[in-house]
Design a protein around this ligand. Structure first.
Ligand code: NDP
Length: 434
């Protein structure tokens, strides 16, 4: 806290991890002797840079870009880029810090990083987006590479933005390094299944967790916040497994459709037309639209999947969900539940799947994209999906095992933190004091 006094999101993410690690440090004093935590809490570097660009009216704009390269003990830095007006150093550091553990859990050789800009893509033309991405990459290109740091998408950064950044990187370097970015278009090195990976992976993970209590998505009612990449494909997989998804949202409000959300309409609005979620009710008059995105947690459901953004689900929302009978919560977004909300779920015996483990499917398939790029091959959708399913099952069993080893049986928050930590900590010790 003293070193990073204004970084509240970063402090929150660190606190959650440190609390879980107490029994690990007690059992293994070697981690203390090697000052592993102190070294892990300080990023290798945080780069902040100017991003000047010109809008369609000829006005010059300036945004701030970031890349945090947190830890590369087990592989090149890897993590997404977020374009959102709320982006600052604290948000990038919390995301980068979480990424270290998440990436370790995937079993793939990738370290932790994250980046982005306070640029707000809403309402920008395609050419404005392209000019911004080109300017952003002009600076970022100095710090990344297939064996150094491999960025990907996140909020506000999808295949279009990755394409523009990849084009600019190629132009600056004069060489074709497919593995420098992931989330690329399928025609130039992208992986089939990457678009669906985080949402599908979340549902695979939650299904494993439900199985432990002889529950399942089948015949359950599900509420999913957000209506972006993670949310859409979490809804799709939940529906494929027999669930009825009754609500989703965007940052303006939420829709409740008692007949079950029509996913084709959501995809058309969000992936094709770039419209707001309230337009849904024009096509489905039985559905209800409510302003404000937090009210979605007042809808009774069996399973809640927060898939929008950090701290979207607080203690009050957690209590509301519990009083309405929620059985399981799976975090698709990064740190969507406040610390108090997480405690509430755990103490009330709600099955709880933390983001680090549950949303790791996206970065896992990004690592599969890197592997395909290196080998110059392309796997089928089914091959990638099968690997994703195996990876998510494996993350679940590793997390459950780590929780059990350290006497927090069934606590996946602790288990995911511990399993991720041990892998990275051991690699750091073996590599000396760096
Ligand atoms: P998108 O940009 O595709 O979608 C984000 C969704 O969340 C939109 O519906 C957006 O609404 C909503 N949202 C964003 N900010 C806020 C806010 N401040 N308040 C309320 N709603 C908000 O992003 P993704 O789906 O890719 O990412 C969602 C979450 O999942 C993030 O936390 C991200 O870090 C995490 N994640 C993403 C991965 C991926 O592969 N994409 C991988 C792992 C984690 P609106 O359109 O109105 O802004």
């Amino acid at each position: 806290q003293e070193r990073n006094p204004h970084e509240k999101e970063f402090q929150q993410a660190v606190k959650e991890v440190l609390v879980s690690l107490v029994p690990v440090l007690e059992k293994n004093p070697t981690y203390i002797k090697h000052a592993v935590l102190e070294r892990m809490l300080e990023p290798d570097r945080l780069i902040s840079f100017k991003v000047p660009w010109v809008d369609d009216n000829g006005n010059i704009k300036v945004n701030r870009g970031y890349r945090v390269q947190f830890n590369n003990a087990i592989g090149p830095y890897k993590g997404g880029l977020r374009f959102h007006s709320s982006v600052n150093a604290s948000i990038i550091k919390f995301l980068g810090f979480e990424q270290i553990f998440k990436n370790a859990l995937t079993g793939q050789p990738i370290g932790g990083g994250k980046g982005g800009s306070d640029f707000d893509p809403k309402g920008k033309s395609d050419l404005e987006i392209m000019r911004f991405c080109q300017s952003f990459m002009t600076e970022l290109s100095k710090y990344i590479g297939p064996d150094i740091d491999v960025p990907a998408g996140d909020i506000g950064v999808g295949a279009r933005e990755i394409g523009y950044m990849f084009g600019q990187f190629k132009r600056l370097k004069g060489s074709y390094e497919a593995g420098v970015l992931t989330g690329k278009g399928i025609g130039f090195g992208g992986s089939l299944g990457r678009k669906e990976a985080t949402g599908y992976g979340l549902v695979y993970f939650v299904e494993e967790m439900l199985k432990s209590q002889e529950l399942s998505f089948n015949d359950s009612t599900v509420v999913v916040s957000g209506s972006g990449n993670v949310s859409i494909y979490a809804m799709e997989k939940a529906m494929q497994l027999g669930a009825k998804v009754i609500a989703c949202s965007d940052s303006s409000g939420y829709v409740y459709d008692p007949n079950g959300i029509d996913l084709d309409t959501v995809k058309q609005l969000k992936e094709v037309e770039n419209k707001r979620i309230y337009e849904y009710v024009k096509k489905h008059p039985n559905a209800i639209y409510q302003e404000g995105y937090t009210g979605i947690w007042g809808i009774p459901c069996d399973i809640a999947l927060p898939c929008a953004t950090q701290n979207e689900l607080n203690k009050e929302a957690a209590e509301k969900l519990i009083s309405n009978g929620v059985r399981a919560v799976g975090e698709g977004a990064n740190m969507p539940s406040t610390l108090e909300a997480v405690d509430t779920f755990i103490h009330q015996n709600v099955l709880f799947a933390p983001a680090k483990a549950a949303n790791a499917g996206g970065v896992a398939v990004s690592a599969l994209e890197m592997a395909q790029n290196s080998a110059r091959v392309a796997w089928t959708h089914d091959e990638v999906d099968k690997k994703l399913l195996d990876i998510m099952k494996n993350i679940y069993s590793k997390s459950i095992q780590a929780a059990e080893d350290y006497a927090t049986k069934g606590n996946l928050v602790a288990g995911a933190n511990i399993a991720g930590f041990i892998k990275v900590a051991d690699a750091m010790i073996e590599q000396g004091i760096i």
